[in-house]
Ligand binder design. Sequence first.
Ligand SMILES: [Zn+2]
Length: 151
Amino acid sequence: MEKKKEIKSPKVFKLSLLPQWLQMAIAEMWEKNGTKPENVDVLYTYFEGIYTARAISQDIFQHECVHFIRQGSGENENLAKEWWLRYVTDPEFRYQEELMAYREQYQFILKKTNKAVAFEIVKNRLAYDLSGPMYGFLCSYQKALSDIIKQ
Ligand SMILES: [Zn+2]
C-alpha cells in the first residue's frame, strides 16, 4: 500500500531562535525602508516554522502557513533561504507574497465570522498592515484593501 504523504504544519519557535543571518537581513531591509524594528510587532516564518514572541491567533497562523508553503513546507531549507533573500530585496516579490497571505487570512476570517465582521477587520487592520511600515510602505491603503478582498 502506498504511504500517503503527510501535509506538514509549521512548528512554533521562540523569536530569539530565528537564525542570526536572517535577523540581520531583516534589520537591513528595515534600515533601507526607514522603519525601525522596535516600532513593529512582528513574527517570522522561516523553513520549518513560525518564530514568535507570543501566542498567535488562528487567522495569523493561516497567514503564516501561506509563507510556510511558499518556502517549501519545511522540506527545503535552500528554497526557504532563497525566498527570504528575495523577500528582503525585492519589494514587488514581497508585496505578492504578502498579498497571498493576507488574502488567505481574510478568507479564513470570512469563514469564521461573516462579511460585515471580516470587512471591519480587513479595513481596520489587514489593509493598514499590508500598506504600512512593516513591509516598507509597499502600496497605498486603498490598493491593499481592494487587492485583499478581490474575488
Ligand atoms: Zn506575511
